[in-house]
Design a protein around this ligand. Sequence first.
Ligand code: PGA
Length: 251
Amino acid sequence: MRKNIVAGNWKMNLDRNQGIFLLHDVLERLSVSNKTEVVFAPSFIHLYKASKICKSINNVFIASQDCSVNTKGAFTGEVSAEMIASCGAKYVILGHSERRVNFNEKNDLLRRKVDHALVNNLEVIFCCGESLDQRESGVYFEWIKKQISESLFGLSAVDFTKIVIAYEPVWAIGTGVTASSNQAQEIHGFIRKTIEERYGRKIAQSTSILYGGSCNPSNASELFSQKDIDGGLIGGSSLNADDFVSIVNSF
Ligand code: PGA
């Protein structure tokens, strides 16, 4: 059975005190019997402390929002997958549209980042999704297939089991416009079928596929009730403890 996951992507928000405060605030409100995996993706400055705080808490993990494509050396300002793993993170988010668009990250670079992450025992939350133009011109199925296949389909079946997919239509991120549950389910079903064609039914059925893009407490249950939606990657609403916990409780 595949896991349900709700991951909070804090992006470049919250200084040290604010981040740790929010983390404790969410943890206090989470039900102890919570069956959904909860992931916090803070900025690098929080990784070590946040991992320590979450270490003994059932089903709660830390993710980094990115990692370097390089392993070590003269790359000022970069943080390697090995360093992130040494802080106690379980996951790294790769291919977020803000990195693809603002930092020109292409499928091939992401493929190399995925490899570094896996070598360092990090699991990957791999983002894909189309722009508004691509949606309107109807090329989004091909686009998403290309993003996934070029960055991930060189992986062995064993390595692919360390991948979580996040479908995040770019037009829904931070805009307040959410994909309808039908639109999201259509793509999630397509992604699962694409995985099945490459890795077979068993792996496709056990891969968690998250939805991201203006997911909030009022639309989460409808989205999460779709058969191929296994949770969410949450931006804005992850910065508010009540909203985030309410999304976690939406299954
Ligand atoms: P949003 O962001 O929930 O603020 O739309 C989602 C994301 O970028 O992961």
